[in-house]
Write a protein of this length. Structure first.
Length: 235
């Protein structure tokens, strides 16, 4: 088994709360500088930048995992990671289409930039990506499975937009093998869960250092996602 150093929660310039400097190549190159082996980019309620980031990461030695950070109807943030970019984009389209018809205001919330693999802006998303989707937590878990994704509650012990802050408990009717823990957040009982510690980076400097790792025999998407959806394991 090999130590695979990761950061599975990074935002690109598509997320309005992220810097415009969070371009595909900047993200990939900063992750390499930090010594990471694998990253996931999970923008809010959309995955339109994942094709460009996948291309930017080609032949770099960095494994890229496409994802989406869904804001559920309960306003709980949920990471959904995929083995295939097209599945991430298709899932993200369903989530995006469910958002309320409220336009983003870049001067207040930030830009929502779609980019190509050369970091050129090719478009923008019109709807406000920070809105809550129409789908509840349980629905999102079911939809994630339909698209071949692995769902992970984001920063579960954070005081806003987290499962424990908004619901106050882990639902017993949902199989939740892995949770993302926010360092410095509320204390919680993590017994029975796999734990991941990510940066939730919105700036290049916030991308994680080479400190958090999981154990895997192979560095590929399927192996890593399989570990994240398994029963409690030594990640």
């Amino acid at each position: 088994m090999t130590e695979i150093y990761y950061d599975l929660h990074i935002h690109s310039a598509l997320s309005p709360c992220a810097d415009d400097e969070m371009t595909p190549n900047n993200i990939v190159n900063m992750a390499l500088i930090k010594g990471l082996d694998v990253i996931a980019v999970c923008d809010h309620n959309c995955a339109d930048n994942t094709p460009a980031i996948e291309k930017a990461a080609e032949n770099s030695g960095l494994l890229f995992i496409p994802g989406v950070e869904v804001n559920t109807a309960e306003e709980v943030h949920l990471l959904v990671l995929f083995a295939e970019v097209d599945k991430a984009v298709a899932f993200g389209d369903v989530i995006y289409d469910s958002l309320p018809d409220m336009k983003n205001e870049p001067e207040f919330f930030g830009n929502q930039l779609i980019m190509d693999a050369d970091d050129e802006v090719t478009g923008i998303k019109e709807k406000m990506l920070l809105s809550a989707s129409a789908f509840g937590l349980s629905q999102c878990y079911g939809m994630a499975a339909e698209y071949g994704g692995v769902a992970i509650p984001a920063h579960v012990n954070k005081e806003v937009n987290s499962l424990l802050a908004n619901l106050g408990f882990f639902p017993e009717d949902i199989h939740i093998p892995t949770i993302e823990v926010w360092r410095g957040g509320m204390e919680l009982d993590t017994d029975g869960f796999n734990l991941v510690y990510n940066s939730d980076a919105h700036t290049l400097g916030d991308i994680a250092e080479r400190q958090n790792f999981l154990l895997s025999a192979v560095k590929d998407r399927d192996s890593i996602l399989k570990k994240l959806c398994a029963k409690k394991d030594n990640l």
